[in-house]
Design a protein around this ligand. Structure first.
Ligand SMILES: [Fe+2]
Ligand SMILES: [Fe+2]
Length: 191
């Protein structure tokens, strides 16, 4: 079902992805507000899962549309995917560092600046281009696809996995399910 805002207007893919960005930035801010290592780990795990779902959904459904329908879209997508890869690598590092270690917050700060930069790029460049080149009905439909993809997407960073559309469309969903099962078995709360 299509989600709506408080005024009953249907949300398009730009609304949905922009809200995701806000939530990620909000979540990453919370990590610095607690000195409790367990809480930092939980918040970081939740953040990582959110970023993975978001990035995979973008690569599966949004970037192909940018590539085909937006002027210079292919270059933008190339650039964005590289940034996703950097973000995934950084999140993998964060997974492996003890939250009570000083390095942990240094990596979190680095991730915060990468995420802020990447979200800023998308919101100021790609998203306005999407809205000016793609009909609204299509953007609403894309929003629904993104929400569905987020439910199946991996929740753990997999830097060695090829970030190709083919991967996300075929193996990607499977990896997401394996991650979720693992999260459940280890009691990790990633939503
Ligand atoms: Fe992105
Ligand atoms: Fe994004």
């Amino acid at each position: 079902m299509t989600e709506t805002n408080a005024d009953g207007e249907r949300l398009d893919v730009v609304d949905i992805l922009t809200t995701d960005h806000r939530e990620m930035i909000e979540l990453i801010g919370q990590i610095g507000l607690t000195a409790d290592a367990g809480e930092r780990r939980d918040l970081a795990d939740t953040l990582i899962a959110e970023v993975m779902r978001h990035a995979v959904a973008e690569e599966m459904y949004v970037y192909p549309v940018v590539k085909d329908h937006v002027p210079n879209g292919a270059e933008d997508v190339e650039h964005d995917k590289k940034e996703h890869d950097e973000i995934v690598k950084l999140m993998k590092k964060i997974e492996g560092v003890d939250p009570s270690d000083q390095t942990f917050m240094e990596l979190v700060r680095e991730l915060e600046s990468q995420l802020t930069h990447h979200a800023g790029d998308e919101e100021s460049e790609q998203f306005p281009k999407l809205r000016s080149h793609i009909p609204r009905e299509k953007l609403i439909d894309l929003g629904e696809k993104v929400q569905k993809a987020k439910k199946l997407a991996p929740t753990r960073p997999h830097p060695s996995a090829p970030h190709s559309e083919l991967f996300h469309k075929t193996v990607g969903a499977g990896v997401g399910m394996v991650d979720r099962l693992r999260d459940k078995l280890t009691g990790r709360h990633t939503g």
